[in-house]
Design a protein around this ligand. Structure first.
Ligand SMILES: [Zn+2]
Length: 126
């Protein structure tokens, strides 16, 4: 079955384009999974918090930021993601390798601090 090389989603025979990203599908089966970026195992690797998300959408924001960084090839870790489902998380730090911290911060600024979602602020409700 054809699959999307971007999204690793398998489609039915005869499908030409990915419904998700619109990209051309390639024949065959998708590889096992997108290559995971794992840095959690490397215990001696120094991780720094590039940004701390807080508030009700902290987990969502952190997930988004993580996806952004991964898309940029920057490995990152959300330490809360394994246990967060059980506890309300107030602050979600996003960790990256120290050597990536500066670049990660810049990437996040570029993506998160540009006002694409400014309309959702609650400032007007006062
Ligand atoms: Zn796709």
């Amino acid at each position: 079955m054809p699959y999307c090389p971007q999204c690793f989603i398998e489609y039915l025979e005869g499908t030409a384009q990915c419904e998700d990203c619109g990209g051309d599908l390639v024949p065959g089966s998708p590889p096992e999974a997108p290559p995971p970026i794992e840095i959690g195992d490397a215990k001696d690797m120094k991780l720094v918090s590039v940004r701390v998300f807080s508030g009700g959408t902290a987990q969502m924001d952190a997930d988004l930021a993580r996806n952004i960084l991964r898309a940029q090839g920057i490995p990152c870790v959300l330490p809360g993601e394994t246990s967060a489902k059980l506890l309300p998380v107030l602050d979600v730090p996003l960790l990256v390798r120290e050597e990536d911290a500066e670049r990660a911060a810049r990437v996040l600024e570029e993506y998160l601090d540009t006002d694409t979602t400014a309309g959702t602020e609650e400032a007007d409700s006062i």
